[in-house]
Each structure stands twice: as structure tokens, then as C-alpha cells.
Ligand binder design. Structure first.
Ligand code: ADP
Ligand code: MG
Length: 734
């Protein structure tokens, strides 16, 4: 049988192995297995030595069996086999219950992996994972190699089995080099000094030296980067060919009214980006733009002005917010700014204006019906909502612009769904306050053009941040509450944020419509050792009866009904509440300029970007802000240092980089951990910036040639494979 990359593994491997690989590692074809790269390489010399093992270590040892002894157990049924192994430096015992293995005999060498235990003063492994080197397979030479590949393995498929299976493929008769045709155009390969694909695969799976691995990795990363960039470049080209509708600027309309009503001067950056958007909206090619700007840089007004231009041109604009709180806040702010111009058709409305509709999932049926009708019949020029707007079959009369606010989790698929909402694809503006490192911009957001607001409106007080290490400086927390009281006494307001709601064992703060914690603050230790995160309801109770007694204090979290939430936000905005104890529901976009203090409890449970976002909630007006990160983490622990870094800089770009370092790459790219396939295995968003940029340039150039990929069937096939494979999954998750 001729083996190809698409040959099912069940045709080339034993049924049990193939089944295990399919079910536990999602490896189905030869291609999948060849692309299942070693996680690392063990050097023979780096095997743990028996004389420096400690109880509790999880290690692999290479040792020789010096004695085997099986006997019946006295207290229990069955036999116990005790094997003594040594490596010249020390010895230890392996214990097996009711287990026989013909290879376990005096003189045999083996690799044994497990957690070191202790019994009657002696170190031992109980039922170690093992691979005996002499015996019925021919893989002994593998262990004589200097670099032993260690594969991501599973319960029934050990690294050793994978190694053997790969070896089988690499040794496939008919020529391995024919099996893997090289998709990379010769010029590109030469220009960047890359080895053949077959050579790279051989080297990644069976390297002789560290350089072999490096060379192979470079080549394999290139493939990933190039195929990804080709996919994105193709998207950009397709988007550029879509026919959209130009929404030119008109004088004397809503936009002019908005400008006249603004209580402040636009910053230079806002004007510049505004101009950029105005020009693009005027084209009959749909705009696809990402607006990134530091927290508080004033993105909303930029978006509103673009929306007004579209309304002036006769179209509708939709604004999508990640939470209902935020959607309601936007609706309130925009209605207020527009005044009578936002109430066309109502008694006191200005007939020259439009209507602002708020459409969220929890709206009462009658209100929903009315809002939908306004949208469908075009009375509502500005439509604000959550994702429900996408899901609930809302029809627009003439959707001209979609603005997606503060959205880290809005992927290509959702963007596509949105575009499909118009008669012709609408213009799309995505806004984010999490500055995006260049590599992420080139990958996850690779199909968008990017604008940046670097400047904060002047006259801002700025936020000073400090870490409050509770265990080391118990007095500081009392001082923190005092500071909070001082601010309230001066007429200001405060947030206290906790990771959990409380009063229920399973109340992750992500409940309801709150953004879930996608930042994934790294854990410092086994979860079981840690107390549960502090909860809003508990903390509010303690503060109310203790350090903050007498202040007007309320809580806000995702389990409250939307009306309740909205009412409390409104009361806070109106200054009727001094202290809001909340979950991360206040993370994104909540705007109360009078709030100046943010105390984050259990700050170590939040990710870097999240903390930066939270901090952005204070000092949005002219008063200086204070952000206190309260934690149990020790100052010198990695977590403590991460918090110190957040406190030390307010540069979002620097923090975005730090964030990328502390998050697992898979989180950034998407589904990697959920067991789904991701096109990215080797490429690192942290380290491979230059490579990604080079691949992007090559991809763009390739597609700009007249024949595109026509002369490169191998590449075209890889691009198609990425698109059809579940691998494209990650593209959906930003
Ligand atoms: P973000 O970019 O984080 O979404 P917002 O759009 O919510 O920021 O703006 C933050 C605050 O700054 C709001 O209260 C807004 O009214 C105000 N603001 C926006 N632009 C300016 C400006 N040019 N001058 C002064 N204040 C501004
Ligand atoms: Mg905002």
C-alpha cells in the first residue's frame, strides 16, 4: 500500500495504538502524526541520577535491573514483585502488584518514569511507566542516541509508543522524501535558508544534535507562518473585492450635531483616526478596521462620530458591547449626548434626528418587539446591543456600519456573521483597549487594518498603582481602606473588585453575561492548597460592618438581573453610591469619571490585561486615581513580580507583552488546550516576530503575482487543509 499524508493511522499502526492516538491525541492521519512534534528532548546525561532523587520528584531514570523478586502477599491476595535497579550512582526499588513482565529480569536496562515515593525509609517507584531496552523491539538504538524525543503523550499512548510509530513512518519504504512533498516554493526556501521539509521532519523527530533541532524548527515554523499568512492575505483580498456601500459625510446632520454637543475638544489622535474612518466609510469597499487605544483614550466618541456619518448617509449603525451593563451604558451616554436628535419620532424629539435602540437578550418581549421593529423598519439609526443582536435574527433595514466594542473574543467567524447582516457587507470597526502586540496583530487580527489612539485626553489625573502584599504588610490594607475613606470624604467614589460573587459553590465570576476570565492568571500552586477566591458578597459584608462602615456601599455582579444591574450602575454614575463592590463586570468600558479608587482583592487571580483594564476604570476625569492590588502572594514570587510590573507601568503595550509572556500561547491563539487542533504548534507569538513579518511579506507578494498559488499546488493544498481542518478553529477565537 502506498502511504500518503492522508493515510489513516489505523492502516499503518496497530489497532490499539491507532485508537489511542485518535481518541486521546486527535491524531488520525499520517500527516497528523508527522506534525506531532516532540515537546522536548531528553539528553542521556540529563536523566535523573539515582543518588540525587528526592521523595515527590517526578522523574525518568535510566537504570539496570539488579534483582527481581516476586512473592505472595501475606495480608492481601496476589503477588508483589520487587525489582531493584541501579545506575552506578545509586539504587532504588520498583514495586509492582499482580504484574508480570517477561522483560523484567536481571541485567536488563530500562527507562522508568514516575513519582518517587518512600516506603520504610527507601525510595521507590510504584508501577512506574517503563520501557525496557532489551527485548522484543529493535528500538535500542534509539536509547543510544544522545537526544531522546519526549512527545506529548496520553494515558494509553506513551511517548515511547509515539516515538516508535514515528520511526516506522520515517523508515517507510518507497522513500520518505516522496511521502512528504515540499510545498514551499524553492525561492522562498533559499531566500530564508530553510532545509527541505523531509529533512526538517527527520530532524525534528530524530535529531542527532541540538543544531538539527533548531534548523528543523525554523523550517517548520516557516510553514506555519506562511500558510497562516496566505490564509489571511486571501481573506483580505476577498474582502477588498466585496462590494460595499459608500456612506459619505454630509454637513448639517447628526455628525455636526454630535460635534457641537461634545463637552470637550477632540484630541489630535481622535481627529486623525476620525478622518481615516470618514474616508474609508466613503468608499464602496467595506472598511475592516481595528481601533486600538489605551484604556480611557476616548474610543467611544470616535466610533460614535463614524456611526453618525453613516446615519447621515441614510444607513444604520450597530454597536456591539460584550456585556449588558456596557451596552446599557453606551445607550445612556449616546442618548444623552444626542438629546432630542436621538429621539426622532417622540414627542420632544427632533425630526431631523434618529432613534437610539437598545436591544439586549433580556429585554421584555414587548420592548424587544418594539425595538426590533424600529431596527427592521429603519427608524432606529443607532442600534446598541450585546451579541444577542447577532444571534436573535434581528433584521436591519440598511446596516451600514458595525462597531464591536472592547472585544477580545470576537473572531473572524463572528465578524463574518456580522457582515452577512447587511444587504451588502457593512463597514466594520473593532475596538480594543488591550493593546495588541505586533505579532498578534499580524495573526489573530491579520485580516484587519489597524488604527491606534496613543494619546489620552489631556487633563487626566493619571493613576498611581501599588501592590498591597497582605501577608508581608498586614498594616497596609487598613491604610488602603483609610485612603478610600479619604477619597469618599473628598466627594469621590471607589470600586472594590473581587474574583467571585459568593454564596454559591459554583459561582465563577464569569456567570451570566460577564466576560469570563480569559486572561488565565497563572496559578502558583496546586489549586487545592489555595483558599477559594474572595467573594463580592462576603467582602461587601465585611467592609460594611468594618472598615467602610457608614459609607453608601452596594454590590454589582453577573447574577443580578439586567435591570437591577443597570439601576445600580446608574446610581453609581449619579453619585448615589460611594463604594461599588463588584466582579469584573466593571472590567470593560464602565465609565464613571468621578470614581478615583480601585481596590482589587486577590489581585493575583486576575491576568495582566484584566488588571490594566480594571485600573482604567478610575481617573477617567480630572482627578488623580489610585489603584491598589491586594494579594497574598509574596513580593518575591513570580506572581508578586507580575503584580509589581503592572503597578510599575501604565504602558499598555508593555503590559500586553508581559501578558503574552505569562499566558500560555494557546490561550492567545485559541483552542489549543481544549484538545482541538491548532495550526500553530511551533510558532511563538513572543519570539518569532521577525519570522511572522517575513512570512507575511512573502504571502502578500505570492498572492499579488498574476497566477497566485496556481504554480504552487503544494502550498494551495496546505492552505486548503488549514481551512477545512478543525485547525481553523483558533481563527474564531481572538
Ligand atoms: P475608552 O477608549 O477606554 O473606551 P472612553 O471612550 O470610554 O474610553 O472615554 C473615556 C472618557 O474620556 C469618557 O468619559 C469620555 O467622555 C472622555 N473623553 C473622550 N474623549 C475626550 C477628550 N478628547 N477630552 C476629554 N475627555 C474625553
Ligand atoms: Mg470603551
Amino acid at each position: 500500500m502506498a502511504v500518503t499524508l492522508e493515510t489513516p493511522l489505523s492502516k499503518v499502526l496497530g489497532p490499539k495504538t491507532a485508537k489511542g492516538m485518535a481518541e486521546q491525541l486527535s491524531l488520525h492521519t499520517v500527516r497528523h502524526l508527522l506534525r506531532h512534534y516532540p515537546r522536548r528532548y531528553a539528553r542521556r546525561g540529563e536523566m535523573a541520577r539515582l543518588d540525587d532523587l528526592q521523595e515527590g520528584d517526578r522523574v525518568t531514570i535510566l537504570a539496570q535491573i539488579t534483582s527481581v523478586n516476586s512473592r505472595r502477599m501475606r495480608q492481601r491476595h496476589g503477588t508483589i514483585t520487587e525489582v531493584t535497579v541501579g545506575d552506578g550512582a545509586g539504587s532504588m526499588k520498583l514495586v509492582f502488584f499482580n504484574y508480570r513482565h517477561s522483560g523484567l529480569k536481571h541485567g536488563a536496562w530500562g527507562l522508568f518514569a514516575g513519582t518517587v515515593g518512600k516506603y520504610q525509609g527507601q525510595l521507590q517507584f510504584t508501577h512506574p511507566d517503563m520501557h525496557l531496552l532489551s527485548g522484543d523491539d529493535d528500538s535500542d538504538d534509539d536509547w543510544a542516541r544522545e537526544l531522546v524525543p519526549i512527545y506529548p503523550a496520553s494515558k494509553d499512548v506513551s511517548s515511547w509508543v509515539i516515538q516508535k510509530s514515528v520511526k516506522l513512518l520515517l523508515g517507510a519504504s518507497g522513500g520518505f522524501t516522496e511521502l512528504v512533498e515540499d510545498p514551499l516554493p524553492e525561492e522562498i526556501r533559499r531566500r530564508h535558508g530553510l532545509p527541505w521539509l523531509a529533512a526538517a521532519l527527520l530532524d525534528i523527530h530524530r535529531p542527532t544534535t541540538g543544531e538539527d533541532v533548531e534548523r528543523a524548527r525554523l523550517r517548520l515554523k516557516w510553514d506555519e507562518a506562511l500558510i497562516l499568512q496566505l490564509t489571511l492575505a486571501a481573506r483580505r483580498r476577498a474582502a477588498a473585492l466585496e462590494p460595499g456601500i459608500a456612506r459619505p459625510r454630509r454637513d448639517g446632520g447628526l455628525l455636526d450635531a454630535v460635534d457641537a454637543a461634545l463637552p470637550f475638544e477632540l484630541t489630535a489622535g481622535q481627529r486623525e483616526v476620525g478622518e481615516e474612518l470618514a474616508v474609508e466609510l466613503d468608499r464602496d469597499q467595506p472598511m475592516h478596521r481595528l481601533l486600538q487605544g489605551e484604556v480611557g483614550s476616548g474610543k467611544t466618541v470616535v466610533a460614535l462620530r463614524a456611526m453618525a456619518q453613516v446615519v447621515d448617509a441614510g444607513g444604520q449603525a450597530a454597536l456591539l458591547a460584550p456585556t449588558e451593563v456596557l451596552a446599557a451604558q453606551h445607550a445612556r451616554g449616546i442618548r444623552q449626548l444626542l438629546g432630542p436628535l436621538g429621539r426622532a419620532g417622540e414627542l420632544d424629539g427632533d425630526p431631523a434626528g434618529t432613534r437610539v435602540s437598545l436591544l439586549t437578550g433580556s429585554l421584555k418581549a414587548a420592548a424587544k418587539r418594539e425595538a426590533r421593529a424600529d431596527v427592521a423598519e429603519g427608524r432606529a439609526g443607532i442600534v446598541i446591543g450585546t451579541h444577542a443582536l447577532l444571534q436573535e435574527g434581528v433584521d436591519f433595514a440598511d446596516l451600514g456600519l458595525v462597531v464591536v466594542d472592547e472585544q477580545h473574543r470576537f473572531g473572524v467567524e463572528q465578524r463574518d456573521a456580522l457582515r452577512a447582516k447587511g444587504n451588502r457587507p457593512p463597514h466594520v470597526l473593532v475596538m480594543t483597549a488591550t493593546p495588541i502586540p505586533r505579532t498578534v496583530a499580524m495573526t489573530v487580527y491579520g485580516d484587519l487594518e489597524i488604527s491606534t489612539l496613543r494619546q489620552l485626553p489631556s487633563g487626566r489625573g493619571g493613576v498611581s498603582s501599588s501592590v498591597v502584599p497582605q501577608s508581608e504588610r498586614p498594616g497596609w490594607l487598613d491604610r488602603a481602606w483609610e485612603r478610600l475613606r479619604e477619597e469618599v470624604a473628598a466627594g469621590r467614589q471607589a470600586y472594590v473588585v473581587c474574583p467571585r460573587i459568593g454564596d454559591s459553590p459554583t459561582d465563577a465570576a464569569g456567570a451570566d453575561d460577564e466576560p469570563e476570565d480569559a486572561d488565565g492568571a497563572p496559578d502558583d500552586g496546586p489549586v487545592s492548597d489555595r483558599r477559594p477566591p474572595l467573594a463580592v458578597l462576603d467582602v461587601a459584608e465585611i467592609l460594611r460592618n468594618g472598615p467602610l462602615a457608614g459609607l453608601r456601599l452596594d454590590v454589582l455582579h453577573g447574577r443580578l438581573g439586567p435591570e437591577d444591574k443597570d439601576a445600580r450602575m446608574r446610581a453609581f454614575g449619579a453619585g448615589e453610591i460611594d463604594v461599588l463592590v463588584a466582579t469584573t463586570v466593571v472590567e470593560v468600558g464602565v465609565d464613571v469619571p468621578n470614581a478615583t479608587v480601585m481596590v482589587v482583592m486577590d489581585a493575583d487571580r486576575f491576568g495582566v490585561s484584566q488588571l490594566h483594564q480594571l485600573r482604567g476604570r478610575v481617573a477617567r476625569g480630572r482627578h488623580a486615581g489610585l489603584c491598589l492590588l491586594v494579594t497574598d502572594a509574596r513580593t518575591d514570587s513570580p506572581t508578586g513580580q507580575r503584580l509589581a510590573a503592572v503597578a510599575a507601568t501604565s504602558d499598555g503595550f508593555e503590559l500586553a507583552r508581559l501578558d503574552l509572556e505569562t499566558r500560555r500561547e494557546g490561550d492567545v491563539l485559541g483552542a489549543a488546550q481544549s484538545g482541538k487542533r491548532s495550526g500553530i504548534r511551533m510558532l511563538s507569538l513572543l519570539e518569532d516576530e521577525d519570522l511572522i513579518a517575513a512570512a507575511r511579506a512573502e504571502a502578500t507578494a505570492l498572492l499579488e503575482t498574476e497566477r497566485g498559488l496556481a504554480d504552487h499546488p503544494g502550498l494551495a493544498a496546505e492552505v486548503a487543509a488549514l481551512a477545512t481542518d478543525e485547525r481553523a478553529e483558533w481563527l474564531e477565537k481572538a
